[in-house]
Design a protein around this ligand. Structure first.
Ligand SMILES: [Zn+2]
Length: 416
């Protein structure tokens, strides 16, 4: 591992700003502003202030530009062996170096117009751009920004996950950002869901890859490959840069440079950054679809539980408020036919016949066959009521139907 702080920070630039080497661009900017407040000559007339500000500014100029920062990081990776700089080699065109045409502008540390001091010593022509994740120098590095969203109730924070990555490292970081977002992004009012969906969508698409910035990065890598006598890789990097570039004048420069390099011996390698070329895309889709299904299931279940709770709550007060009645025997409940619901529970299950004689029938209606006969004040057990008819059970245990109008509530006086 190459993770000791000194190795990651050979010139101490990160240390000057007080940030880790994994800091996001935003954090670096913030750190610079905070420190500049204290040492800027406008605010601080102290003796060492000017010098301190210059040192701070030097670090910031390198680290605030993704390309120079990537070179600085790459230099950190390859520091220990301190490879001898190739003293002379093939043509290294340097468009911004003035004499572009096949000139041997070897030590072109100004290969790209750097706003400030170029990082480190100028003993190497152009530093390689390495993946900030694994340190590999690949032919297709990209500057990528993924988004991670974390919510905490009443707030939501969006954090960029960015850097110069190889495809594998980029995929891993993108997925990790999406997983975190999936788990923690939603739960913020009111913007959590919005930012979560947006971040997942951006990450699914492979993150943000600003065109001009990546073109500059690849051009830089092409120059490095040229210096390392790998013209095929240089051509490939330039081809990618031309594909990505947005500014017309920059495109012209790149195309001129590409012509100088001549035709390649072999085809460019396939674009490793096509969205569909990676397992990460499919995992993302799986994550989003699976997550959506999972979330829907959870919501569905919660709604069901909430619905049941509501029903239970609304039924609870409907229980007999007065003096408790004896609960009906469960046998009765079981024998209630599935029929229009009883409008109101009977005050008592014991009724009596209020007319001289009453025909007991085998169904609810006068057309049904008579199965018995009841007399005034006979006590019956009311089982159910159906359309003006009552299903009853006599003291003798016989069941049948009688017209309900001939029943009165309460047990009869004649219990015979
Ligand atoms: Zn990597």
């Amino acid at each position: 591992m190459v993770d000791s702080p000194e190795r990651k920070d050979p010139m101490g630039y990160y240390a000057r700003l007080g940030v880790p080497s994994t800091a996001t661009a935003e954090r670096i900017k913030l750190a610079f502003r905070q420190q500049a407040k204290h040492v800027h000559p406008d605010h601080n007339t102290g003796a060492g202030a000017k010098d301190a500000f210059q040192r701070l500014n030097e670090a910031y100029q390198v680290l605030s530009d993704p390309v120079t920062r990537a070179q600085y990081d790459a230099r950190a990776q390859e520091l220990p062996p301190a490879p001898a700089s190739p003293s002379s080699s093939g043509p290294a065109p340097s468009p911004s170096g003035g004499g572009a045409a096949a000139g041997r502008t070897r030590s072109s540390r100004a290969a790209r117009p750097s706003p400030g001091a170029s990082p480190g010593a100028a003993d190497k022509s152009v530093a390689a751009i390495a993946c900030s994740g694994c340190g590999t120098v690949t032919a297709q590095p990209r500057y990528v920004t993924y988004w991670r969203v974390i919510s905490y109730g009443i707030g939501t924070r969006r954090q960029p996950v960015q850097g110069v990555f190889c495809r594998s490292c980029a995929d891993r970081r993108g997925l990790k950002a999406s997983l975190t977002t999936w788990a923690l992004g939603w739960w913020g009012v009111p913007w959590g869901p919005y930012w979560t969906v947006k971040a997942l969508w951006q990450n699914l698409k492979g993150g943000e890859k600003p065109g001009d910035l990546n073109a500059a990065l690849l051009r830089q890598q092409a120059l490095y490959f040229l210096g390392a006598s790998k013209p095929a890789l240089a051509r490939s990097a330039l081809d990618q840069a031309i594909r990505l570039v947005e500014r017309p004048e920059m495109r012209q420069k790149l195309e001129k440079m590409r012509i100088l390099l001549g035709a390649g011996g072999r085809e460019s390698p396939p674009d490793r950054w096509r969205p569909l070329a990676s397992w990460a895309f499919y995992l993302h889709v799986l994550l989003i679809v699976g997550g959506a299904v999972g979330a829907w299931t959870v919501v569905d279940q919660l709604a069901l539980i909430a619905g049941q709770a509501l029903i239970a709550a609304s039924q609870a007060p409907a229980l007999p408020p007065g003096p408790a009645l004896p609960p009906p025997p469960s046998r009765l409940a079981a024998t209630v036919p599935s029929s229009p619901p009883v409008p109101a529970p009977p005050p008592s299950i014991l009724w009596h016949v209020s007319t001289g004689t009453l025909v007991l029938r085998d169904g609810p209606g006068a057309a049904h066959a008579a199965v018995g006969r009841l007399y005034q004040s006979d006590t019956v057990e009311l089982l159910a009521r159906i359309d003006g008819w009552a299903r009853i059970k006599t003291a003798g245990g016989q069941t049948g139907f009688v017209a309900q109008q001939f029943l009165a509530a309460g047990a009869g006086t004649d219990d015979e």
